[in-house]
Every structure is written in C-alpha cells, then in structure tokens.
Design a binder for this molecule. Structure first.
Ligand code: BES
Ligand code: MN
Ligand code: ZN
Length: 498
C-alpha cells in the first residue's frame, strides 16, 4: 500500500502498567477530576487529583494538556483532553475531542499511544463505535501532506501504532476503521495534489494502480475517442478547451452475488475549474484544484469497500476533465446534445460539473444498471452559502434513500442535510433554445443544479450529494477533508448488513 495509516490494536493491560509513548484520557470540565478518576487505578487517580488541586485540569472542550513523565505511570507521556460539559457531550463533541487528541499526539514526539477515550460514557454508543470514531480521528490528524513539500528534518514523527482497551467488537471495529482510514487518506491526497499533477490521466493511473493492488477490484478507462463514439458530447464540450484530455473511469467491486445489481457512485472529477470562457475571478481560484473531490470520494469509498471485502457490488464512475478557457473551448450560447439525446443551452461555462455528470449519469445507468445511484460533486458555491462547511447537501426524490444517507452521516459523524428537489424549481432551467439551460439564476442555485441532474437520472433510484462546503477545509490549514468517504462507506456497510 502506498498509503500508510496508523496501525490499530487492542490491549488488556491496566493503564498504570502500560509502557507507551503516550497514554490518552479525556476529562469533563464540570466534574472534578478526582470524581471522574474514581474508577481508575491508584496511580492515575492520584496524579489527576494532584493536578486538579493545582488547577491544571480546567480544560475546555477540545483543549489538551501533555504531561511528560507522569508520576506513577509507566507511560512516557499522559495526554489529557478536555471534553467540555458532560450534559453537552454528544457524538460530534466526542469526535471533536478525539481530533484534538490526534493533533496533540501528532505534534508530539510519541510514535505509539494507548487511547482510553473509549472509556468515556456516551449515551447510545458502545466501545466499538467509540474505537472506530477515535481511530479515524487520530488517523485524520496523523495525515500530513508531503507529496510536494518535504517535512522539516526536526518535524515530529508520524504515529505508528495506537492501542485501545479490549472490549466487545473493538478489535473488529479497529480492523474496519483501518480500511476506511485508507480510503479517507486516498481521497485527501488526491484532493490536495496540485492540478498540474492530479490531471484526468493521474486519476486514471490511480484507479489502475488500485485495481492492480487490490484483488477483485477491476478498472476500465475510456479516452476521448471512445467517448465520442458513445455520444458524450456534453462531457467532451467541457473538456475541449484543455490540453489535458478527459478520462471516464470505472472501478468495479464484486463482493456480492453475480445477479445483484450494484450500487453506483458517480464522482465529479474536474481536476481544475477555471470557469472556462465564463472565467472565475482571480481570488481563491487555486481552490478549484479541489473540484475533483467528488471523484476522490468515489475512489476513496470503493478502496475502503474493497479493503473491507464487503459482500456487496459497487461501481464507481469518475468523469475526469479540466475546464479551461481556450480558442477551442465551449462557449455561452452553445447548444449541446447530451448522450441522453436531451439538449442543453450553455449559459455559463462555469456550470461545468452538471454538464459532465449528465453524460456520466446516462452512461452509468445504461452500463452498470445499478440498483441505486449516488453522484458526489463540488457542484455549487451556493451550497457553501446554504450549509457552510459542516454538512454535505443531499438531494433526491426518494425519501427512503434520503433517510439512509442522512442516517449514515449521523452514524459516522460525517453529516449531511437534505434540500428539496421539488418540480417547482424545474422551470428555472427552461429556455426557448434547448430542452434546458445549464444555470437557473441566483435563487436556490444548489437545488436548480440538482434539478438539472435529475433530468439525467430518470427512472433510477438516485441521490445527488453537493459537497462544495464539506470536501475541504478552508483557511490557513487548507486541506481536503476526506468527506464524505466516511458517510458513504457507512451507508454501504449498512446496506451490506453490518
Ligand atoms: N466548482 C464550482 C462550485 C464551487 C464553487 C465549489 C466554490 C466550491 C467553492 C462549480 O463548477 C461552479 O463554478 N459553479 C457555479 C455555478 C453557477 C455558474 C451557476 C457557481 O457556484 O458559481
Ligand atoms: Mn465551475
Ligand atoms: Zn466546478
């Protein structure tokens, strides 16, 4: 595996006896440490009581304290994580605390740890759930992009191993978490790579390498000639302004029975979105390297599914193109006949995601004959306005499917929220010159994009995920978030029955 995750395991040893680089515990802010330590072994309890009286432990949610050579413990370090108030503590707060622990561990010189966060009481969640969420949070913090930037020679080392107290289901949950973590890392690395490296050809190579490495994962790559013969004029219209030629990539995992129709994931893989002739303003244009995060998610999910060897059939389809302004580029006013036969009048070449997904959805419906189809796309800036960075948007006509996806988001703490896809919005994309236009105006920009896609998913059980706000973290520590790999993997695990 070219991607290295933390290795996770269980331990039966009592914490006072554990020789480890770092022992991780959590404390609520509204109860005394002594009270919370009542069930702990003597050494830990005494140490915490002492720190408590010295006022060292007043930790707010997400704050951490690293104690070196803790008295009475064999651990080299003790990492105390603030959990905030106990009555406010929920699944999201749990993950936030685990992420904070991960950040502190990553910036320490410890290379192994024993994590006792699974001992924290959390209503309705068992040790296996807590172990899985914590493992993913620690692995998330452990990832540091290094493909085009060498780490400092004195940079703290990556975390090699983390052990959790043995309990029912924990070992299995950790094995699963390692597979999911690999898919999340894949998604983040693809997202973070610069657009001169992560081209459509690079996405195809990545898919090819994965298929070579993982037994049972199959790959197929279509190039422009084949796409032309198939009539994918909408996808090709977006690609025609770029020297980086497009690819249509399909990865197939056949863990289920031969006669079971697959679940299909269709990812938007715009490796760079300049906007084309309707060019974007210069500020933040570099962020548009992340416009392939839907594709990275679809690849990350099928990697996780294949590593988990889930007894289910899954197809991942990636439409990989670059959107550039050029003498050959498509232009506003063009009318394009899509593969489905429906015509589209281009009003804005920056609404390119829906153009490529239209053909990708038609092709997937015909070629994969899926039982259910979910597309994943950084589709609209309007989605960031509507939901910010905390939720992915779900749009579908199917209430059951919406319920499944939202539940998977809650379970994995990789959350989503539904937007309506009522027919009332459809009139916004009508035009006298074609069956539809590719933009619907200022109002409800995410929904009219969803309405456009709905016209190409006809007859299928289908949902659209707009991940424009959730796919990457903005600001100084800019990085792909790996979302919603967790949510979609959870959804497929539930479908597979476990
Ligand atoms: N990739 C963008 C959407 C995007 C913008 C994602 C900002 C994340 C942050 C997409 O291709 C796009 O440009 N959408 C346009 C649609 C409009 C022209 C109808 C947008 O959102 O402005
Ligand atoms: Mn665009
Ligand atoms: Zn785009």
């Amino acid at each position: 595996m070219d991607i290295q995750t933390i290795k996770f395991q269980t331990t039966d040893r009592s914490s006072a006896d554990i020789e480890t680089g770092c022992l991780i515990i959590g404390l609520f802010s509204d109860q005394s440490a002594t009270e919370q330590a009542a069930h702990m072994e003597d050494a830990r309890r005494d140490l915490l009581a002492e720190l408590d009286t010295e006022g060292e432990l007043a930790l707010g949610a997400g704050k951490t304290l690293m104690i070196h050579r803790p008295d009475g413990l064999k651990a080299r370090r003790l990492l105390v994580v603030g959990l905030g108030k106990s009555e406010k503590f929920d699944a999201a707060a749990f993950v936030k605390a685990a992420r904070a622990a991960g950040a502190a561990l990553r910036s320490s010189r410890a290379t192994d740890a024993v994590c006792l966060l699974t001992e924290i009481r959390l209503e309705g969640r068992d040790a296996a759930w807590k172990a899985s969420r914590t493992a993913l949070a620690l692995d998330h913090a452990d990832y540091i992009y290094s493909a085009t930037k060498k780490p400092d020679s004195n940079a703290p080392p990556a975390t090699g191993r983390v052990a959790f107290p043995a309990a029912d289901g924990v070992q299995e949950a950790l094995e699963q978490a390692a597979c999911i973590a690999a898919g999340i890392r894949r998604c983040r690395l693809l997202g973070d790579l610069p657009p001169n490296i992560c081209t459509p050809a690079h996405l195809a190579d990545t898919a090819q390498k994965l298929a070579d490495e993982i037994e049972g994962l199959e790959v197929e790559v279509l190039e422009d000639g084949q796409m032309e013969r198939l009539g994918m004029r909408s996808l090709l219209a977006v690609a025609q302004g770029s020297a980086n030629r497009p690819r249509l990539i399909r990865l197939r995992w056949r863990g289920g029975s031969a006669d079971q129709a697959p679940a299909a994931l269709v990812g938007k893989g715009v490796t760079f979105d300049t906007g084309g002739i309707s060019i974007k303003p210069r500020d933040l244009m570099e962020q548009m390297k992340f416009d392939m995060c839907g594709a990275a998610t679809a690849i990350g999910v099928i990697e996780a599914i294949a590593r988990l060897k889930l007894p289910i059939n899954v197809d991942t389809v990636v439409a990989a193109v670059e959107n550039m302004p050029d003498g050959k580029a498509y232009r506003p006013g063009d009318v394009i006949e899509t593969m489905s036969g429906k015509t589209v009048e281009v009003h804005n070449t920056d609404a390119e995601g829906r153009m490529i997904l239209a053909d990708a959805l038609t092709w997937t419906a015909r070629e994969s004959r899926p039982e259910v189809m979910v597309d994943i796309a950084t589709l609209t800036g309007a989605c960031v306005v509507a939901l910010g960075h905390h939720a992915s948007a779900v749009m579908t006509h199917d209430d059951d499917l919406a319920g499944e996806l939202l539940a998977a988001g809650t379970e994995s703490v990789d959350r989503a929220w539904r937007l309506p896809l009522w027919n009332d919005y459809q009139e916004q994309i009508e035009t006298p010159f074609a069956d539809m236009k590719n933009v619907g105006g200022m109002a409800a920009g995410s929904i009219t994009a969803g309405c456009f896609l709905a016209r190409f998913a006809e007859g299928q059980r289908w949902a659209h995920l707009d991940i424009a706000g959730s796919a990457w973290v903005w600001g100084k520590a800019e990085s792909a978030s790996g979302r919603p790999v967790g949510m979609l993997t959870q959804w497929l695990m539930t479908r597979a029955g476990g």
